[in-house]
Write a protein that binds this ligand. Structure first.
Ligand SMILES: [Ca+2]
Length: 76
């Protein structure tokens, strides 16, 4: 039970990291418009503003959650 929850959280975390990486990559490389130069594609800023606002906290909490679930799981 814990093991499958852990795997779901890890997959979710990877998707979140890919999302943030892609936002940065898309605006840095210039194929997404980023006129205010904050490394977030401008077309995403309305929809995902809260995600970018809490980016560090989201990644921190996911990391803590993975650590906690790892300590409970039987995978180690
Ligand atoms: Ca922007």
């Amino acid at each position: 039970m814990i093991n499958s929850f852990l795997i779901i959280v890890i997959v979710f975390t990877l998707l979140v990291l890919i999302f943030f990486w892609y936002a940065r990559y898309a605006s840095k490389s210039g194929f997404a418009l980023d006129e205010n130069k904050n490394d977030i594609p401008d077309s995403w800023e309305g929809k995902f503003n809260f995600l970018f606002k809490f980016k560090n906290i989201i990644i921190l909490l996911l990391g803590v959650l993975i650590g906690y679930l790892l300590s409970l799981s039987s995978l180690l």
